[in-house]
Design a protein around this ligand. Structure first.
Ligand SMILES: NC(=O)c1ccc[n+]([C@@H]2O[C@H](COP(=O)([O-])OP(=O)(O)OC[C@H]3O[C@@H](n4cnc5c(N)ncnc54)[C@H](O)[C@@H]3O)[C@@H](O)[C@H]2O)c1
Length: 266
């Protein structure tokens, strides 16, 4: 990914975020990035994609020589493919709940060391991840409060029927490590906050739902000696993804992969 090189990018997951990131990369040819494959477990999602870009079997990813593979599908992809990808190339995964599995976290770490590759976690829906990370030795507590309409929460893994919820209900109150396997598609922000800050066991997560809420709210309260951080964002949501996420993910892809000119914000 040096000067004047074009960074070859493989995309996994072609839903709301994947399709938006593809469009944004293509819309900026001067950015020095090129999409070299797109994989989705549901081939019908790729109906509008140029046929030479579609990669049917993810096991063939290395045949396209990607410099960076970006997961925008499901945490299961990192469980199944994370180490295999990192043996060959760099990997960014946005389904950050995968990291709540401590064994998987170690495997990814060790693979990058052994093979000299790099794994990346985007800030995604987390406003202030830089401040959480830079002060991770200062925080005594980090609390995450998420509020959503139950229809925007995939309750399948938790065995909860979202349609039966008629009033404000607390779906989870406890350490962040425990919320990730229960709501793997919904709490990536919790996972990224935990990973950046004081870890999955010390970060506290609350998930509240109410059928009367239409927007999604995420609030972070981090406290330490002489330092308090309070961030709250309220935004529209489609499916499991907040309105600002697709461009945020694209921005991180270009922070990692762009070799184009310009003044770059870090
Ligand atoms: N980091 C963040 O801040 C953040 C924010 C929002 C969403 N996410 C996560 O990003 C992912 C994508 O979100 P979205 O809104 O685009 O979802 P989406 O449902 O619109 O699209 C997901 C796509 O991935 C495909 N897919 C699912 N499992 C797969 C697998 N095992 N292998 C290959 N393809 C698979 C689906 O067929 C679908 O096309 C989700 O895991 C979501 O939880 C992360």
């Amino acid at each position: 990914m040096g000067k004047n090189d074009v960074t070859r990018i493989g995309l996994i997951g072609y839903g709301q975020i994947g399709a938006a990131v593809h469009g944004l990369i293509d819309a900026n040819p001067a950015g020095g990035m090129e999409v070299v494959f797109i994989h989705d477990q549901d081939p019908s999602r790729l109906a509008d994609v140029e046929s030479d870009l579609a990669l049917e079997d993810l096991g063939d990813f290395d045949s396209r020589s990607p410099d960076l593979v970006v997961e925008m599908a499901h945490p299961a992809v990192t469980r199944e493919w994370g180490a295999a990808i990192l043996q060959k190339t760099n990997y960014m995964f946005i389904s950050v709940t995968a990291l709540a599995d401590a064994e998987l976290e170690s495997l990814l770490e060790e693979t990058t060391r052994e093979y000299g590759t790099r794994a990346f976690v985007p800030h995604g829906g987390v406003v202030g991840m830089d401040a959480l990370l830079e002060n991770r030795d200062v925080w005594e507590s980090v609390d995450v409060v998420m509020k959503k309409n139950p229809k925007n929460v995939d309750c399948a893994a938790a065995g909860i029927d979202a349609d039966s919820i008629t009033e404000e209900t607390c779906l989870y109150d406890g350490p962040t490590r425990g919320i990730c396997p229960k709501f793997p598609r919904n709490v990536n922000t919790h996972a990224a906050i935990a990973y950046a800050g004081i870890g999955f066991d010390r970060t506290h997560s609350l998930l509240l739902v109410n059928p009367e809420w239409s927007d999604a709210t995420i609030a972070i309260h981090a406290r330490g000696p002489g330092l308090d951080l309070h961030v709250e964002r309220v935004e529209g949501i489609t499916g499991v993804t907040g309105a600002s996420t697709p461009v945020s993910i694209y921005n991180t892809v270009q922070m990692i992969g762009s070799t184009g000119p310009g003044i770059h914000l870090r």
